[in-house]
Design a protein around this ligand. Structure first.
Ligand SMILES: [Zn+2]
Length: 182
């Protein structure tokens, strides 16, 4: 049987400790502490969120601030900003984790495509030769959270080195790295 590779089927974004009402991708940017929200970087119209259920370490999502269900509804400015932030996410992950490859993709169209959140978002998943699904290997919620916090701190530092970073963001104060592509 041929195996279909689709890491973005794993989209658990809920927080056990503080369940989110409504759309999590609309709620998370309003958190005062970006580290708690796991928003590592942002640009004018989009932000980068660590996936709570990473397929691999460094699995992030690039998400427009505006709640839109259809990719076609993104205006040109947001679309270009989204593409540039995705490029910055790939660069930062490369600097931090030195993966051997990447998968990037989107689930559009709800259940049929395996999407669990109807707010448009693009996945960036670093890949290594011979990697397997990270979750069953780790399998312990506490270990996953510690791993995410470590990944957050490392990626935050890697984003701060981006040539488009206009504010490197105070990690302790809970500020994401700010990028501007103007
Ligand atoms: Zn939303």
């Amino acid at each position: 049987m041929e195996r279909i590779y689709a890491p973005w089927r794993i989209e658990w974004v809920e927080r056990d400790e503080n369940p989110i009402d409504g759309c999590p991708f609309c709620a998370l940017p309003s958190y005062e502490d970006a580290r708690e929200a796991r928003i590592v970087a942002r640009s004018d119209h989009n932000y980068v969120l660590l996936n709570n259920a990473p397929y691999n370490p460094g699995h992030v999502m690039v998400i427009p601030d505006e709640h839109l269900e259809n990719y076609a509804a993104l205006d040109d400015e947001t679309l270009l900003d989204h593409a540039r932030l995705k490029r910055a996410a790939i660069d930062a992950t490369r600097r931090d984790l030195d993966p051997e490859g990447f998968n990037t993709g989107m689930n559009l169209g709800g259940d049929a495509a395996g999407g669990s959140v109807d707010h448009v978002h693009g996945h960036v998943v670093p890949r290594w030769n011979g990697d397997t699904n990270f979750m069953p290997v780790v399998g312990d919620a506490k270990v996953i959270v510690e791993g995410l916090e470590r990944t957050y701190d490392h990626l935050h530092a890697a984003f701060a080195e981006d040539p488009d970073a206009v504010d490197t963001g105070d990690l302790e104060a809970g500020d994401p790295v700010r990028l501007s592509f103007e």
